[in-house]
Design a protein around this ligand. Sequence first.
Ligand SMILES: Cc1cc2nc3c(=O)[nH]c(=O)nc-3n(C[C@H](O)[C@H](O)[C@H](O)COP(=O)(O)OP(=O)(O)OC[C@H]3O[C@@H](n4cnc5c(N)ncnc54)[C@H](O)[C@@H]3O)c2cc1C
Length: 467
Amino acid sequence: MDQFDLLVVGSGPAGRRGAIQAAKLGKKVLVIEQGKRVGGVSVHTGTIPSKTLRETALNLSGWRERGFYGRAYRVKQEISAEDLRRRLLITLDHEVEVLEHQFARNRVQHIRGKASFVDPQTMQVVKDDGEVVNVKAASILLAVGTKPFRPDYMPFDNKTVLDSDELLDIENLPRSMVVIGAGVIGIEYATIFSALDTQVTLIDPKSTMLDFIDKEIVEDFIYQLRDRNMKLLLGQKAEKVERQNGKVELTLDNGRRITTDMVLFAAGRMGATDTLNLPAAGLEADARGRLSVNPETFATKVPHIFAAGDVVGFPSLASTSMEQGRIAARVAVGAIAKEPPKYFPYGIYAVPEISTCGLSEEEVKERHIPYECGIARFRETSRGHIMGLDTGLLKMIFSLKTRRLLGVHIVGEGATELVHIGQAVLNLKGTVEYFVENTFNYPTLAEAYKIAGLDAWNRMGDIKSEL
Ligand SMILES: Cc1cc2nc3c(=O)[nH]c(=O)nc-3n(C[C@H](O)[C@H](O)[C@H](O)COP(=O)(O)OP(=O)(O)OC[C@H]3O[C@@H](n4cnc5c(N)ncnc54)[C@H](O)[C@@H]3O)c2cc1C
C-alpha cells in the first residue's frame, strides 16, 4: 500500500489547486478522480460548459449587436444543438489538456476510481475494471463537489425532463422550455436559451430571486428579462410534472397549466458525500450532503481530514473553491496559510451578466452605515455608444464617514470582468477619490467607474478643495 503526504479526492477546482499547492511544497500527493477525465464539475458539466454555451449562443445569435441592428438581427438563422456542442468539445479538450499538463509538471499522481474511507487514514479506490486498491495518507482533502438534486417526483428521462448535467447533451434546441429553480444555474440557462429564441418560463416557489445581490441590480435584471418576453413565475410552484406525447405538462399550485417541449430542473445540488463511507472516518454530512469545516483552515472535526469547494457550501464557485483548496492544502501539510482578502467577486453569467463585490445597499442599511451611491449607465459611455448598448448599469456604494468604497454591483455587458476594478479598490481600502482622480482608458466601459464615482462624489461633497 502506497503512503502519501496528501490524498485528494476529486479533481475539480478545489482538489486540483490543493494538490498542486501541496506538490509545490515538495509533498507526495495523490488525486483520486472517479470521472473519465480530470477537471471536475467545473470543467465537464458546470462552469466551463455553461460559459462556452453562453459564448456560442451570444456569438451565433448576434445578441451583442442587436442594440445596433435591431432585435431581428441574427448571425446564423438556424442554430442547432450541434453548433453549440462543437465549440464545447474543443474548449473542454483544451481545459483537460492544461490540467493534465499541470499535474504532470508538478508531479501530482492521479488515479481513476471511486474513493471511500476504510478508516480515518486509509481510503479504498475502486477502479473501473473492478480492481480495488487501498491508499494511506497523513492528510486527506475531500474536494468531491456536488451533483444535481433529483427529487423522485420529477419524471427525468434525459430528453424532455433534464437536470443541468444532461442539458449539455440535448440533440435538438427546444422551442419552449420551463426552468424550475431561479437560482444562479437556473437563471443562467434560462437566459442563455432565451437568447437562442427558445420561449422560456422560469418558475420558483420563492417570490424573489438572487437575494444576495443588490436589489437595484436585480430589479434592472428582471426588467430586462421581462422586456424580452421571458415569463417569470415567481412565488409559484410546479406541483405536477408529467410527460405527454413528447411534451411535458406542468400543473402549478395555483392551478395554472403549462405545456412545454423541455423542462430543466435546476433547483439545488447535493454534496457528493453519499459514497464516501464517512462514518469510517468519524465524519457525517448534513441533510444536503455537505460537510462542515473550520472556515479559516477548512479542517473537518477530524483534524487531518479537510474539505473544500462546493461540498462545504456557499459560495459554491469555482473561483472560491480554488482558494479554499489552496488554503486547506497548505494547512494540511503544515505550511502557513494567509487568510484571503475579505471581499471576493461573485459572477452570474446570465444574459445579461451580473457581478458584484462587497456590500449591497441592503447590507449597508442593515449595518447602519451612513452611505452614498454613485450610478452610471453604460449608455452614458462612448464605448457603450460604439457597442450599441442601451442597457447596463454600474453602481458603487461609499461610506460617508471614511469615503471608502463598500460595494460595487454591475449588470450588463462585461460585468464579470469590470467588477475586478472595484474589487481591487475595495480590498485596497480605496475611496471615492480614486475614481475621480484617476484616468481611465477612453473609450471603455470601465469609464462607467469614473462616471459613477463622480455621481457619488457630487452628492458626498468635496473634501479636497483643488477638485
Ligand atoms: C451549470 C453550472 C455553472 C456554473 N458556473 C460557474 C461559474 O460561472 N463560475 C464559477 O465560479 N462557478 C460556477 N459553477 C460552480 C463550479 O462549477 C463549482 O463551484 C466548482 O466546480 C466546485 O469545485 P469543487 O472542486 O468543489 O468540485 P467539483 O468541480 O464538483 O469536482 C468534484 C470532483 O470530485 C469527483 N468525485 C466525487 N466523489 C468522488 C469519489 N468518491 N471518488 C473519486 N472522485 C470523486 C467528481 O467526479 C468530480 O470530478 C457552476 C456550476 C454549475 C453546475
